[in-house]
Design a protein around this ligand. Sequence first.
Ligand SMILES: Cc1cc2nc3c(=O)[nH]c(=O)nc-3n(C[C@H](O)[C@H](O)[C@H](O)COP(=O)(O)O)c2cc1C
Length: 400
Amino acid sequence: MTRSDRPSPLFAQRRLARCHSIADLRRAARRRLPRAAFDYADGGAEDEVTLARNESAFDAYALLPRTLVDVSEVDLSTQVLGQTCALPLVLAPTGLTRLFHHEGEHAVARAARSAGVPYTLSSLSTTSIEDLAAAVPGPHWFQVYVWRDRGLVREFFARCRASGYSTLCLTVDTPTLGQRERDLHNGMTIPPRLTLGALADAALRPAWCWKFLTTRRIRFENVRGAGDADAGDLTTLWGYITEQFDASLDWDDLAWMVQEWNGPFAIKGVLRGEDAVRAAALGVRAVIVSNHGGRQLDHAAAALDVLPEIAAAVGDRAELILDGGVRRGTDVLKALALGARACMIGRPYLYGLGAGGEAGVSRALDLLRAELRRALMLIGAPSVRALEPGFVRRSAAHPA
Ligand SMILES: Cc1cc2nc3c(=O)[nH]c(=O)nc-3n(C[C@H](O)[C@H](O)[C@H](O)COP(=O)(O)O)c2cc1C
């Protein structure tokens, strides 16, 4: 019996069955995870204005249902970068995923595969490119940060190609790391300096602590061997990594990378129409409209708020993926109506992972699938492709 076939314990199943929304999964994750781990996922930069704005931006749009439409069959599937997706969702790259469950990226990728949606492995993953590809059939996507050492970037591309990754996703909103103050308070710093309070809090979660202490050490597996002798060690490597992020990244570098990869290429972290147009002209096939889930520049615009203008600027020159703040099926519906091909989700699946491993990620995807299906039926749209701006209206209480 493989791990994925193994039934999750009855109490975990019961816990997940009581979660009826992503907000319920968030509460369950908060109870199960040490505060430092939960806050690392849940928090954002500085005053968390953008984090909150990403979610509240969806409330500014009201839905306008069409009546008497045959919705006895509803098709949720779509094509993203030539790949058929059973749902208009892509799982976002998240670093340090094994902090939330010891099976980490494997659990997330298995749940993504079962749901028929792509999974994006982060450069800062706790499972290597090769290990994930061997454990869970893809095709997966890989997210790349740009390093000063371009040899490392080239090496990533070659490793992804050899392991059958379909799509490269370059994150462009991280010339330096955003200041996440919850992490500073908890000692989740670079290097990690867990405070006494954070350690005591972790001790109150024995199930998490037991797995943390008895399973493979959490390391940045993709960059092992780089830098000094024990470069896989988080404490030394986190510093190495931040030193290695290249703040001089520009359009010439993007052009080089698109050519070097020579396959489906997405950039993640665009908030302006002109940048999306310029990227498309260089051969980028998908633009991920994103502010990194409110973790980088605080006060940046909400991803949803800039989506319509980016859609108008880009037209059909690139596919758009909305990333940030999606917590409900109606959020997905609104993003698609406003021009996105699909949505990326980060925290929704991490809450599921923290609440119950692979089954928890599946629960998150099941909830979003059921909510989207119901919303499409109630709005009178028999497929996600039928969505268009006429289904939404910016409410008078939230003028543009
Ligand atoms: C814990 C955590 C780690 C993340 N790590 C990365 C990363 O390594 N690379 C990246 O491009 N984005 C990273 N992100 C951002 C996500 O890819 C995504 O943009 C964000 O989570 C979307 O917002 P949402 O959480 O509201 O869905 C991370 C987000 C979280 C919550």
